[in-house]
Every structure is written in C-alpha cells, then in structure tokens.
Design a protein around this ligand. Structure first.
Ligand code: AMP
Length: 284
C-alpha cells in the first residue's frame, strides 16, 4: 500500500494510474476504520478500481467543536487496517493543504441547498456545506472514475449525488449497503464511545426502523412508532422521519411505495444516525 500526504504527490499518483489505463476508485473516510469502510473498499476492488482511500477528519463538517474534539482518531491502526482491506494508496492530507485558512473560515464553499438543509442539516447547520466542500476537493484532486459512499449516511449520499450532477463532475457515485453488527447496530466510528448500557439503548434506532418497515404505513404512524421506540430507550430523538428517497421531502399519509425512514438520536452525548428502505403499503 502506497502512503501519500502531499497534495501534489497525491494528484500525480492518481494521474499515473489513469495514464496506465486503470480506473481510480475514491473511498473518502474520516478514519477510525471498521467493517463499514471495508465494504466500500471491497466494492471498489470488485469493480477493478485502483483504490485510493482518504482519511481526513474534516473540521468544516463539525458544527460542534466538542464533537470534533471527541471524534475517535487511530492513525496507526487505520494504516494497518487500510492495508488489510486492500487499499492501493492511502492519502492522509494535511490541514494546511486541505483548508489553508484553518482555523479561520475557508472562503470557498460548496453548498447544496434544500437537500443539505433538512434532517441532519436542520440540527447541524453548515454540516453538509462542510461535507460537499471536502468531497468536491477530494474528487477534484483525485479525479476518480468512481467514488464510494455508504448508505449509512443516506442524506450525505443524496447531497453528494446532487453536487456531482450540478457541478458536472465526471465521477460515478456508488452507494453501498449499511454494514451492521449482529445485533443490528449500524457500524459507526462513534460506537467506540458507547459503553455496554448506552450500546443497548442505541439499538433502539435500528429497532425503530425495523418496526417501521413491518408496520407499512401511513407515514405519520411510522413517525410515531419510531419516535416512541427511541424515547422508550431514553434516547434523545433528533428526528424520526419518512421521506422520498431522492428529494428527501417528507411523505404524506397518502404516499405509497418505496420510501426511506431515517432516525437520529443522542445516547449518552453520542449522536447516532440510521436509516432503512421501507415500502409504504396501500389501504391501511
Ligand atoms: P466516515 O469515516 O464515518 O465519514 O465514513 C466514511 C464512509 O464510510 C461514508 O461514505 C460512510 O457512509 C461509510 N460508512 C460508515 N459507516 C458505514 C456502515 N456501517 N456501513 C456502510 N458504510 C458506512
């Protein structure tokens, strides 16, 4: 596995691969790697890509400085894990190259209005501006044929897809299924901050989604079921919503067919999110 820090070396490495006729697959992460990240690398390898993983804890997507400070960092073990996943080149860009003005604000921002303002965006103002800005920069420097993102961050995937469309970036965005622990908890770098009791309460998120999927509708009833399930586990609910899978607009009680249920909650100060595809059925 090649290791790269400087932006020019990183650009050249990707360029060399393209000139050699290979397709570059980009896997952007914030580190503290787990099997969810591994699945993205596996998808890129299955497509035959030269896999470039980036690890960069992007301060611009944290609206809460305490959350940024508490974000898990494990550079040493991440390097070993990335290699074991089959990453071809690991890029760990410096802050000075990613955001030269930091900690002062960066004047250039990519913003996806609408999609970036609801759900996560409503509770974390500026979050998706930070996400869109960093993903744009990672993609521009790397020039990948494909970029891989987890459905775990479903709204992020929607925001990135829209940004790629609007900016005309020549990259295929590939969404990958959520990887869960055996008990149903969606893998997340933040899970290491949960003790056994908090973890048990955190399971109410995936349970809420499973109950919503069984229930089948109408949408307002699903919202109530999900919220009640999380509240019963003493989770501070951020949102529990049922939306159109592309526009992320909330669905009314007359909606049927494919929808996405999304939940967010805080357990012992740790913010968790999860989501699931659901089928809203007629005649209920
Ligand atoms: P992060 O390091 O948390 O920013 O995540 C980097 C990428 O891994 C994002 O595209 C995430 O959606 C994806 N990811 C994180 N957790 C999971 C998971 N449990 N299953 C699938 N993808 C995930």
């Amino acid at each position: 596995m090649r290791r790269v820090v400087g932006i020019e070396e990183w650009r050249r490495l990707a360029e060399d691969q393209r000139l050699a006729g290979r397709r570059v697959g980009l896997v952007p992460t914030m580190g503290a790697l787990h099997a969810g990240h591994r699945s993205l690398v596996a998808a890129a390898r299955a497509n035959g890509d030269f896999v470039i993983m980036t690890i960069f804890v992007n301060p611009r997507q944290f609206n809460d400085p305490a959350d940024l400070r508490a974000y898990p960092r494990a550079p040493e073990s991440d390097r070993a894990l990335a290699e074991s996943f089959g990453v071809d080149a690991l890029v760990e860009p410096t802050m000075a190259e990613m955001w030269p003005s930091y900690p002062e604000p960066t004047p250039t921002t990519v913003s996806v209005a609408g999609l970036g303002d609801v759900l996560e965006g409503a509770g974390r103002p500026g979050h998706f501006d930070g996400v869109a800005s960093v993903v744009a920069k990672l993609a521009i420097v790397t020039g990948p044929s494909r970029a891989y993102f987890g459905e775990k961050d479903f709204q992020q995937l929607a925001v990135v897809r829209r940004m790629v469309l609007d900016l005309g970036l020549d990259v295929e965005v590939v969404g990958c299924a959520i990887v869960r622990d055996e008990d149903g908890l969606a893998l997340s770098s933040r899970n290491v901050r949960l003790d056994a009791q908090a973890r048990a309460r955190a399971l109410s998120l995936s349970r809420a989604l499973a109950l919503a999927a069984e229930h089948g509708g109408p949408a307002s009833a699903l919202r109530e079921v999900m919220r009640a399930t999380m509240v019963a586990a003493d989770v501070v609910v951020g949102y529990a919503d049922v939306v159109d899978p592309v526009t992320l607009e909330p669905l009314g009680d007359d909606a049927t067919g494919r929808a996405r249920a999304l939940v967010a909650g805080v357990v012992d100060g740790v913010r968790l999110i999860d989501n699931r595809e659901i089928e809203l059925r007629k005649g209920r």
